[in-house]
Design a protein around this ligand. Structure first.
Ligand SMILES: [Zn+2]
Ligand SMILES: [Zn+2]
Length: 374
């Protein structure tokens, strides 16, 4: 849709500035804080003032590999306040607290009919932007939300739920989709390798199916957090042989399913070895194309399944919203570091180089708001 300019704005919350701060991706490992125009909106669109935006592993991957054209403004785990609405928008008013999905599938194409939504061409079209090629735009003060996202990909944040809690809807959805793909049964044991924020969410969702969950990480600090979320079966991978320990805990069989929530390919083989014959291994953090050596007989003779899951499922949108907004899991507690937008580069750097005490890192333009709340 053509940008109709500010004329199309029906209502606005306050004086909207003409320029704003944004973290602009300019090339491989090159992000700069810049002043850019506040995006204009057209009919059916909204302008949302970003309060909190989570930093996702996929943002970091795109920045580190330079896989996308420049310039772009990333950030897609966005919650904020509607600042202005375009003509024809009736579901939202300026002042509404909202959570935005950055893309939504068509639900009609071949891929959608076969429920592989992440492969849909409409889904690949990003409907939120802070300028340049639409790429999420959450690492900026304002985002323009395009019409089909206003209609199908924007959710009200209920009273009593913070912007911080709400920004976990997209990551929770991706984790739900991953856990669903394993079809866990209540008497099964699943090992989740990696207890960063995503590994922890995957673990909680796996436990919710009734399965027994074992977690492992190299950082004992992370396992302490896992335990505080009720995940009692932990393995400190810095001093314990995870495969051996998992076999001990499963009468020598190995886990029924293993979820790999750590990037890189070095753990694929150990993950397969920690799985029982006939079990399955879910690659959740292997987002970079490459090659890897696998034992074909582990797949053929031992009948182990190697599967993957990426991105969110529109079919799980309601359930993920319910899970987050009902505060079934206190996701806010996964946030270890909050940075104002002006320190966005530090935030990205920390997220790209996780420390033993760092979990979810968020950029929070809303921290500068007057009388701001979480
Ligand atoms: Zn994400
Ligand atoms: Zn489609």
């Amino acid at each position: 849709m053509a940008i109709a300019g500010q004329i199309a704005i029906e209502h606005r919350l306050q004086t909207i500035p003409t320029t704003m701060l944004a973290a602009v991706y300019r090339g491989k490992s090159d992000v700069r804080m810049e002043t850019v125009p506040v995006p204009e909106i057209g009919a059916g669109e909204m302008l949302v003032r970003v309060h909190t935006c989570g930093i996702c592993g996929t943002d970091l991957k795109k920045i580190a590999t330079g896989s996308h054209s420049t310039p772009r403004i990333f950030g897609h785990e966005t919650s904020g306040v509607v600042a202005a609405i375009g003509k024809g928008v009736s579901r939202f008013q300026p002042g509404d607290r909202v959570l935005i999905f950055h893309h939504i599938p068509c639900r009609q194409c071949y891929y959608c009919r076969h429920k592989t939504f992440a492969q849909c061409d409409t889904y690949k079209k990003v409907g939120c932007t802070a300028g340049f090629e639409p790429s999420g735009g959450g690492f900026a003060e304002y985002v323009r939300v395009m019409d089909w996202i206003v209609e199908k990909g924007t959710v009200h944040i209920p009273e009593g739920v913070s912007f911080e809690q709400a920004c976990f809807v997209e990551p929770v959805n991706t984790c739900m989709k991953g856990v669903d793909s394993l079809r866990l049964e209540p008497d099964e044991t699943v090992l989740v390798i990696g207890q960063g924020p995503i590994g922890l969410i995957l673990s909680i969702l796996a436990k919710r199916t009734g399965a027994r969950v074992i977690t492992s990480d190299l950082y004992s600090q992370r396992l302490t957090i896992s335990k505080s979320f009720g995940l009692g079966l932990t393995i400190d991978a810095s001093c314990t042989d995870v495969i051996e320990r998992v076999r001990e805990m499963t009468e020598g069989r190995g886990a029924d399913a293993v979820i790999l929530a750590v990037g890189g390919n070095g753990l694929i083989r150990p993950a397969m070895e920690a799985t029982r014959p006939g079990g399955r291994v879910l690659l959740f953090a292997q987002t970079v194309h490459g090659e890897v050596v696998v034992d074909p007989a582990a797949i053929c003779v031992d009948e182990k399944t190697l599967l993957g899951s990426y991105s969110a499922s529109v079919e799980l949108q309601e359930e993920s919203v319910r899970f987050v907004m009902s505060r079934e899991m206190d996701l806010e507690r996964l946030i270890s570091h909050r940075f104002p937008l002006s320190r966005g580069l530090e935030a990205l750097d920390l997220a790209a180089h996780p420390q033993p005490d760092s979990m979810k890192v968020v950029i929070q333009p809303g921290s500068a708001w007057e009388g701001h709340s979480k």
